[in-house]
Design a protein around this ligand. Sequence first.
Ligand SMILES: [Fe+2]
Ligand SMILES: [Fe+2]
Length: 203
Amino acid sequence: METYSEDTRNILGLKLPTDPRWVNLAEIQLAEILTDHAYCEQKAATTCISLIQKNPEKEKLVEELSPIVTEEWGHFRMVLAELKKRKLPLGKQRKDVYVNKLLEFQKKGGSPTERFLDQMLIMALIEARSCERFKRLSENLDDSYMRKFYRKFMESEAGHYTLFITLAEHYMDKKTVRKRWAEWLAYEKDVMNSQELRGDRIH
Ligand SMILES: [Fe+2]
Ligand SMILES: [Fe+2]
């Protein structure tokens, strides 16, 4: 992580660190966590595809998100392989309470620029929180193999959340991005606080 900036090491200012007890809960429900994680990766890939489809005129976005689609799909396959190794089924997709709550904060009826900004920032936020959760797992799980497994995801997602912020800053001024990002961070803290702590979900 030495190559990352101070901001990145602080997970870009997330306001609420994950309750340390979450790792213990996750540890005893690893099958559930793997299933939930698999779908998170799948959704990350499909959302990047949809962002490309909705913003074909944004050359930088198309160029930068295309390899992320491949990467996220690769993550999905890594989790799938881990499930298979453990003779576990993929299982069904669960309702994503965290993401649905975040979506409620997106500006409705805003200008296309405002909507675009929110789309970038919600992605940045999900990546940042995922990164923070993977960091917890990579540092605190008892199983050293699984610690290494999550470490790879953590590093990858760290790169992703900074990318979404960078993309937002490419298409609008930094001050606007920072201001809205601060609002998102405050909102995300409330979302985290309002959710029960459960070990069968990444978020
Ligand atoms: Fe990923
Ligand atoms: Fe990601």
